[in-house]
Design a protein around this ligand. Structure first.
Ligand code: HEC
Length: 281
């Protein structure tokens, strides 16, 4: 009986002491929880990743800095990073591409560390960087490793040449007038200068009537009919023509020339004879 009562009293005390302690414990727990859950806020930096070209420096402004800022690149051979304070609470983070690859840049202040991935891309190349094109002719430049799809070329047109972006990997240059100049191909990060020389168009001598037909004769009579089976150069047009006509009329099956001459029209024989009489006299 006594025992039971004592136990009850003790239980009641325990309950009340529990009740008494409870609000305090809860408060402590909440406080500890708050401290653990509160994000450790480093300087504000929204960048989560960055791509730079070799030799290019990209910057990000940093605000809400607390204390001294230190920056580090996990692979300084790929990219270097530095911080320049412009006030007590902010400044500029600069990342410079050193060689193609990946690294992690972290910025640390009194409140913690923020990191982001940096990719260093090989710079855009344009080949060739010296181009010679004739007036009226076109040639292509090949673009590789462009940082973006939108390549630009300037100037796009001059009195010497015209240049246009044909695709994300090709720039077409057309010669307009004799002269020289240069164009700049840009992918927004890298600028490549290409020297352009425009030369006079190669003059193709016009084909003289009978010339192509007569060139067939050179296989046996030498170029311009100067040798081979029988020299046919130096003869007058009428001499050659009449000979060809007689070959064509010949029924002799064992004459090469009979078979040959019979294959041409009269006008063609005349053109051939005329042409041959004008060359290699
Ligand atoms: C496959 C070889 C061959 C070709 C091609 C050929 N000839 Fe002949 N030509 C001959 C031979 C062989 C002779 C001499 C024998 C003959 O009279 O049949 C000859 C002779 C001639 C003669 C006479 C020369 C002379 O002084 O007697 C003339 C002219 C001539 N050829 C013109 C031509 C012309 C023009 C062509 C092109 C349309 C031509 N030949 C193409 C083989 C050829």
């Amino acid at each position: 009986m006594f025992l039971t009562r004592h136990r009850r009293a003790s239980q009641a005390r325990t309950r009340s002491s529990l009740l008494r302690v409870s609000p305090m414990s809860a408060a402590v727990l909440v406080l500890v929880g708050a401290v653990l859950a509160a994000p450790v806020v480093a300087a504000s930096l929204s960048t989560t990743s960055m791509t730079v070209s070799v030799g290019e420096t990209a910057t990000r402004s940093v605000t809400s800095v607390s204390g001294t800022v230190t920056v580090a690149s996990s692979n300084a051979e790929v990219a270097s990073a530095s911080y320049r304070a412009s006030s007590r609470t902010g400044g500029t983070l600069a990342v410079t591409g050193v060689a193609p690859g990946s690294t992690t840049v972290s910025l640390r202040d009194r409140n913690g560390t923020k990191s982001f991935a940096v990719r260093v891309a090989a710079p855009m190349t344009v080949t060739p960087t010296e181009l010679t094109v004739g007036v009226g002719a076109s040639a292509s430049l090949t673009v590789a490793n462009a940082a973006s799809e939108s390549i630009t070329v300037s100037p796009t047109s001059t009195t010497v040449f015209a240049a246009r972006v044909a695709s994300s990997t090709t720039v077409t240059v057309t010669g307009v007038g004799v002269g020289a100049g240069s164009i700049v191909v840009s992918d927004g990060q890298t600028k490549v200068t290409v020297a352009i020389t425009v030369t006079a168009a190669a003059v193709q001598p016009p084909i003289v009537k009978g010339q192509l037909l007569a060139s067939n004769c050179y296989q046996c009579h030498g170029t311009y009919g100067s040798g081979g089976f029988e020299s046919i150069d130096g003869a007058s047009a009428s001499e050659i023509y009449s000979q060809l006509k007689s070959y064509a009329a010949s029924t002799s099956a064992n004459s090469i020339m009979a078979a040959h001459a019979a294959g041409y029209t009269d006008a063609q024989l005349q053109a051939i004879a005329n042409y041959l009489s004008t060359v290699n006299k």
